[in-house]
Design a protein around this ligand. Structure first.
Ligand SMILES: CC(=O)N[C@H]1[C@@H](OP(=O)(O)OP(=O)(O)OC[C@H]2O[C@@H](n3ccc(=O)[nH]c3=O)[C@H](O)[C@@H]2O)O[C@H](CO)[C@@H](O)[C@@H]1O
Ligand SMILES: C=C(OP(=O)(O)O)C(=O)O
Length: 435
């Protein structure tokens, strides 16, 4: 048995939707609950497969997890069952989750040893862990590869100056969580500074950590002896918000995205505007009004625009697949350049089958020549290769004429909460079927 989404496209989406809490923030802050023996309560946790799996793994490790409702939990990490980290069960679970790498920093900081297994997550190209391991080494850890994991140990972490190899998001989070207990002062330069890393820092400060430079790529952390409990609220998921903007445009509908955390969205609204989509801001809501056509904006010199990813405050790589699919019905052409990951654009083959005009130049670049509704995409059967390509295909299916079947829905469920149910409330013809 497998789950398939059956989508009959061509219906404009209408109504109001509230974004879920951010997946990538949730993974960081839930891992950070390991840093204290006191209770930490987290609100606005998205009810999605990846986050639920991390919570399950913490419970397996011996953390007391109390669920208050679908989106709130209290975690209390008094002790940890280290033997569990070497079991086949842990190996199996960790191989389904990228966020598992986030346990290394807190475990090392509090218990002086940790395991970093070969993580799961999206298969979207090489995803190296050098920044994590070399950074932790500079804070006084040793590491060696054993079987399916890196074993990290320390006699006591020591503050240091660490110039990160690249501004890795989870790498920065790991180093911050290790440095809060390192002796003396740590400087992290070339650090990732996206809102979810900032949120982690704010939470740690509320727990008693001393961190300055939050929001910049230069963080200074003065080690402390102990952290206490706190309450934390997760931001809205910016990738989900971008996905809803794309759905509104591609179905020629009108959507209000409520409580979107507008000031944390960085370049996202302006990049959609570059595709010609109206993105209106009203208080903390985003409104995408109905538009018959959207015209891609040229660069000032009149040249064809490029939309590419870049570490924050640049444009997130996780929305490029969505920009690409939205461009298929724009007026004009755009080059989509996915710089960070080399296997994320292959899903365009399915869009070609649906009738889109795209030239895949190489694994990183695709030129999209917008159809401007000269004709609609056609519904087909397709498989979701990764979480964001999966949603891009879902957007294409919602826009297309006829019925599409999207297989491998587990990929979408990793990061989007009850997506079929929530889209039905906006008028989509979508149902989840077991085949
Ligand atoms: C669980 C989680 O939080 N996952 C996110 C996190 O993954 P993750 O933390 O794993 O991603 P990293 O930030 O480490 O980098 C992702 C990839 O981009 C490459 N790279 C990174 C920085 C850079 O300046 N140049 C460059 O090429 C890296 O080599 C790596 O292959 O950040 C990624 C980049 O925003 C997002 O796609 C993931 O959704
Ligand atoms: C790449 C992503 O997720 P992960 O890092 O969890 O694989 C993503 O969220 O787009």
């Amino acid at each position: 048995m497998s789950t398939v989404l059956e989508v009959t496209g061509g219906t404009a989406l209408h109504g109001t939707i509230v974004p879920q809490g951010a997946k990538n923030e949730a993974l960081q802050v839930i891992a950070a609950t390991l840093l204290t023996e006191e209770p930490v309560t987290i609100h606005n946790i998205p009810d999605i497969a990846d986050v639920n799996l991390l919570i399950e793994i913490l419970a397996d490790l011996g953390v007391a997890v109390q669920r208050h409702d679908r989106h709130s939990c209290t975690f209390q990490a008094k002790t940890i069952d280290f033997d569990y980290l070497k079991t086949p069960e842990f190996r199996k679970k960790s191989s389904r989750l990228r966020g598992i790498v986030l346990l290394a920093g807190p475990l090392l900081a509090r218990w002086k040893r940790a395991i970093m297994p070969s993580p799961g997550g999206d298969k979207i190209g090489r995803r190296r862990l050098d920044t994590h391991l070399l950074g932790l080494q500079q804070l006084g850890a040793t590491f060696r590869y054993e079987n399916f994991y890196y074993l990290l140990e320390t006699k006591g972490l020591q503050g240091n100056y660490v110039l990160l190899d690249e501004p890795s998001v989870t790498g920065t989070a790991n180093l911050i969580m290790a440095a809060v207990y390192a002796k003396g002062s740590t400087t992290l330069y070339h650090a990732a500074c996206e809102p979810y890393v900032q949120q982690l820092c704010h939470m740690l400060v509320r727990m008693g950590a001393k961190i300055s430079g939050i929001g910049s790529n230069l963080l200074t952390i003065e080690g402390v002896d102990q952290l206490g409990g706190c309450t934390h609220h997760i931001l809205p998921d910016m990738i989900e918000i971008g996905s809803f903007i794309g759905m509104a445009a591609m179905t020629r509908g009108e959507i209000r995205i409520q409580q979107a955390g507008v000031k944390h969205l960085g370049q996202i609204p302006q990049k959609f505007r570059q595709l010609g989509i109206q993105v209106l801001i009203e208080g903390d809501d985003i409104i995408v009004p109905r538009q018959e056509h959207y015209q891609i904006q040229h660069f000032l010199d009149g040249s064809i625009p490029t939309i590419y990813d870049h570490p924050w405050p640049g444009f997130t790589p996780d929305l490029l697949s969505i920009m690409l699919v939205v461009a298929t019905q724009a007026r004009g052409s755009v080059l989509i350049h996915q710089k960070m990951f080399e296997s994320r654009l292959f899903f365009v083959d399915k869009l070609l089958d649906m009738g889109a005009r795209i030239i895949l130049c190489d694994p990183h670049r695709a030129v999209v020549i917008g159809l401007d509704w000269e004709y609609m995409l056609r519904g087909i059967t397709m498989s979701s290769p990764d979480i964001r390509a999966g949603v891009a295909l879902l957007i294409a299916a919602l826009s297309a004429e006829g019925t599409s079947m999207i297989q491998n829905v587990e990929q979408i469920d990793r990061g989007y909460e009850s997506i079929d149910q929530r889209l039905r409330a906006l008028g989509a013809h979508i149902r989840r079927i077991e085949v």
